[in-house]
Design a protein around this ligand. Structure first.
Ligand code: ADP
Length: 287
């Protein structure tokens, strides 16, 4: 078959240029962390947003990319719900939160994000590619990617596009029902050779504001046991904290607005340990 037509050649040239642009963009990211969860509503986006914010507050330059097309919650959690990203010279400008944190989500682009509901695999792959290569991320110490729950097209696409991501953080709730899905997330990582940086157990226990006693509403310790059983690191437990819900609903990034709370301290501790481990490991590799 003759493929010499001008249209076909342009297509290949466009593809080649896009590939170069993508490679250049990705080479500007030092560490790439993918935040996964087995199912929805376990606090994955909350975790992604707070890890990103904690890293930014510690002085790292951070990009927070939301690829949960069917329910992008990062704009709401970051107080950007009514904002839109702008295009300049053919590139999209991410929204900034302070000097160190850049944010991009389909929710910051589409007038009506429900448009994405009917998207199928290849369209999602194309959109994720654009959210990498067409966004002015600049040089980042960390790219944090908030995926939709499960092990579908989006996590698969982002792992492939980022080539060798640093690893995944898997968020779960402590109860058995949630844990079954986490096993699938961990197997997904294993199949893709994506290191599991750790399991984080969210909504683990509730500290009664009246008596200070801890009540294990969704049980506690399930994520920790599972991490042990599957031989992946355990990152820690975040308690149920009504302030997290309030902050999320008000568009106030939790650890920024409630920096003095015990829960914010836990988030910061978990992030600092994660960061330490990633950066130290990298130092070892460089030696
Ligand atoms: P996911 O991304 O897994 O769907 P979200 O991060 O959107 O989950 O969180 C779902 C809901 O649970 C939100 O209303 C959020 O504020 C709330 N939430 C998340 N983590 C906690 C927590 N540790 N304590 C109380 N509420 C939480």
């Amino acid at each position: 078959m003759n493929h010499d037509c001008a249209g076909h050649n342009n297509q290949t040239l466009d593809d080649a240029l896009a590939e170069i642009k993508l490679e250049k963009t990705i080479s500007d990211f030092t560490y790439k962390i993918i935040v996964l969860s087995g199912k929805g509503g376990v606090g994955k986006s909350t975790t992604a947003a707070n890890i990103a914010m904690s890293l930014a507050l510690s002085g790292r330059s951070v990009g927070l990319l939301d690829i949960d097309f069917h329910g992008p919650s990062i704009p709401r959690l970051m107080g950007m719900e009514n904002k839109k990203a702008e295009a300049r010279d053919g590139s999209l400008i991410p929204l900034s939160y302070g000097e160190k944190l850049k944010v991009m989500s389909l929710g910051l682009l589409l007038q009506d994000e429900r448009q994405a509901v009917i998207w199928r695999g290849p369209m999602k792959m194309g959109a994720i590619k654009q959210l990498l290569q067409d966004v002015e991320w600049g040089k980042l110490d960390y790219l944090i990617v908030d995926c939709p729950p499960g092990t579908g097209d989006e996590p698969l696409s982002i792992v492939q596009l980022l080539k060798n991501p640093t690893g995944a953080v898997v968020v779960t709730q402590p109860q058995e029902l949630s844990l079954a899905d986490v096993r699938r997330s961990i197997s997904f990582c294993a199949q893709l050779n994506l290191p599991v940086l750790g399991v984080l157990e969210n909504m683990s226990g509730f500290i009664c504001p009246h008596c200070g006693e801890t009540v294990d509403i969704f049980k506690s310790g399930g994520g920790e046991k599972l991490a042990q059983a599957m031989q992946v690191p355990f990152l820690g437990k975040i308690p149920i904290d009504p302030t997290i819900v309030q902050a999320g609903d008000n568009g106030e990034p939790f650890i920024y607005f409630y920096a003095k709370t015990e829960t914010a301290a836990i988030f910061n501790r978990i992030t600092a340990e994660l960061q330490d481990r990633i950066e130290k490991q990298d130092d070892v590799k460089k030696v």
